[in-house]
Design a protein around this ligand. Structure first.
Ligand code: DAH
Length: 319
């Protein structure tokens, strides 16, 4: 309407423009009239514009009313990941038995990760644990790699203890290998354990590991020790736990055997004690390395290790 009446080609503007063609005596009256009209129309338009704006605002205020009496959304509270819950429980069990926690670096060197653990260059175990090497200049202690096991922390801890006894530590942490399937992830978690003192025997090893299994899975849990081989222990065993996913009947997780291997262990090899600065003629010890992810699969009856790493909230919210 503003354009129609007051615009450059509008009604009032045109009336003012033709004023000059009127007889001289009519001009003042017609001019005054046209000016008055222009003012009045201008004011009317302003009022209308104001009224429209108020109406729009009123409508918005009504439409956007917030009902503050509605109940709010409860905040989602985070919680630890199942692997962390289990790791904390394992730490508590060992802390109660007097073990000290130690961590060690995720980027290791070949000496700590292999040599000091009696795995010399060319040893088949180095192929067995297909490693992620770091693209960096080798150090005085060999090439750098992502640690393939938690066992190097044994060496670091013994050397830091500088001959003091007992040596009693657990080392939970991440390890890395070139593996990827339903029971293997390229990054996974282990907890290493080491106890060195005068007169430590295989009976101590069995006692500590049985206590662990029974505290984690309950007193009726079945475990078995199988003879095995590790370069850093002699003798060596592997320890299996009765499969909780199928109750021992056989399934994908236990590869139809009814048992799941959860840890390796043994009596610390004399060369490893020496690398740690201890005299194998004086002291003996046991060591073990358990797979936290495997234990978590058994404890929470999860049949694919990758479920722990995919970050799917539907999975993690259940724990
Ligand atoms: N480091 C071994 C692995 O990653 C696990 C292991 C086996 C650790 C026997 C030990 C041990 O301390 O005594 O497969």
């Amino acid at each position: 309407m503003r354009v129609q009446y007051l615009g450059r080609k509008g009604v009032i503007t045109s009336a003012l423009r033709v004023l000059g063609q009127l007889p001289a005596e009519e001009r003042p009256a017609q001019g005054a009239l046209a000016n008055q009209l222009r003012t009045e129309i201008g004011q009317a338009l302003e009022e209308a514009r104001g009224a429209l704006a108020r109406r729009t605002l009123d409508r918005r205020l009504v439409e956007e009313t917030i009902d503050i009496t509605l109940p709010g959304y409860p905040p989602t509270i985070g919680h630890p990941h199942p692997l962390i819950i289990l790791r904390n429980d394992i730490e508590d069990i060992f802390a109660a038995m007097g073990f000290t926690m130690s961590l060690g670096p995720e980027i290791e060197d070949e000496w700590h990760n292999f040599e000091a653990l009696n795995i010399p260059p060319g040893h088949p175990a180095r192929e067995m644990q297909d490693s992620f090497y770091i693209d960096a200049a080798p150090t005085g202690t060999g090439r750098l790699l992502l640690r393939t096991q938690m066992s190097p922390v044994q060496i670091r801890f013994m050397r830091a203890q500088a001959g003091r006894l007992p040596v009693r530590m657990v080392a939970p942490g991440r390890v890395y290998r070139r593996d990827d399937d339903a029971t293997h992830s390229p990054m996974f978690h282990q907890c290493e354990g080491l106890l060195v003192d005068h007169g430590i025997s295989f009976a101590h090893l069995k006692g500590v590991l049985s206590a662990l299994a029974h505290r984690l899975f309950g007193p009726s849990t079945r475990i078995r020790f199988r003879p095995s081989y590790f370069p850093f222990t002699e003798p060596s065993v592997e320890v299996d736990v009765g499969c909780t996913l199928c109750n021992g009947h056989g399934c994908r997780t236990c590869k139809q055997s009814g048992w799941v291997e959860v840890l390796g262990a043994g009596m610390v090899h004399p060369r490893v004690l020496e690398a740690g600065g201890y005299d194998p003629e004086e002291v003996s010890g046991f060591a073990f390395g358990l797979g936290i992810d495997r234990l978590a699969m058994l404890r929470y009856q999860v049949d694919d290790i990758r479920a722990f790493y995919e970050g799917d909230m539907r999975c993690s919210e259940q724990f």
